[in-house]
Design a protein around this ligand. Structure first.
Ligand code: DX5
Ligand code: ZN
Length: 227
């Protein structure tokens, strides 16, 4: 039931197709696709064109994490490009309920993303439209940052809210996840784990890049957690 979601932000972009195929063949579940606009966050990454380029080469769920402002205009483009889940930051939308509906009208699952300083109260009146809650354990914009421990408290609170709702909502963590902390993150109620540098960094010395051993090690840590 635990899902591992490699962030392709840390992949070798000169070989992105291979990197996607290899990480899924190595046992990962979901492709986490970080979209940054040099406005909402101080970095610039990839857009719908790259999403459509990888769509035909994998059956895996593509989990688009929008770090862009404004949000709405780009949503239909990502849906057409084959995204399965589209998540956004509430601060980046003028009308959160409308943006969630727009994602769903475009045939995707909808997620809300919480920065370290963003309260979960944004969920209060839209829980029925949310399919995924993404807790940021770093400030968004860059891979390779250190996990902020308060994210564990936020995960516990979010898990309680999900249980209270009775709905099937994914609870994802993003930022600084590694082999040393994944078990305690799972114990706090998380079910989906984004890993960028810890995962893509670990395979970079093999040719072709393979991720079997790091993914197996992450799963072995998860197996220690009783639910
Ligand atoms: C940060 C991105 C993350 C990032 C995770 O803004 O949303 O997905 O790539 O990278 P690591 O796992 O290296 O912290
Ligand atoms: Zn992300």
């Amino acid at each position: 039931m635990y899902k591992i979601a490699p962030s392709i932000l840390s992949a070798n972009f000169a070989k992105l197709g291979e990197e996607v195929i290899n990480v899924i063949a190595s046992g990962a579940d979901i492709i986490h696709f970080d979209v940054m606009d040099n406005h909402y966050v101080p970095n610039l990454t990839i857009g719908p064109l790259v999403c459509s380029a990888i769509r035909p080469i994998t059956q895996a769920v593509i989990d688009v994490h929008l770090m862009v402002k404004p949000v709405d205009r780009i949503i239909p483009d990502f849906a057409k490009a084959g995204a399965n889940i589209i998540s956004f930051h509430p601060e980046a939308s003028e009308h959160i309920d409308r943006t969630l509906s727009l994602i769903k009208e475009n045939g995707c699952k909808a997620g809300l993303v919480f920065n370290p300083g963003t309260p979960l109260s944004y969920l209060d009146h839209v829980m029925d439209k949310v399919d995924l809650i993404l807790i940021m354990s770093v400030n968004p914009g860059f891979g390779g940052q250190k996990f902020i421990p308060d994210a564990l408290n936020k995960l516990r609170t979010a898990r309680q809210k999900i249980n209270d709702s009775g709905r099937d909502i994914m609870l994802e963590i993003d930022g600084g996840v590694n082999i040393n902390n994944i078990a305690e993150i799972a114990a706090a109620g998380c079910d989906t784990f984004v890993a960028g540098s810890a995962l893509y960094g670990a395979g970079k010395d093999t040719d072709p890049h393979r991720y079997d051993s790091i993914i197996a090690a992450l799963r072995a840590e998860l197996a220690k957690v009783s639910k």
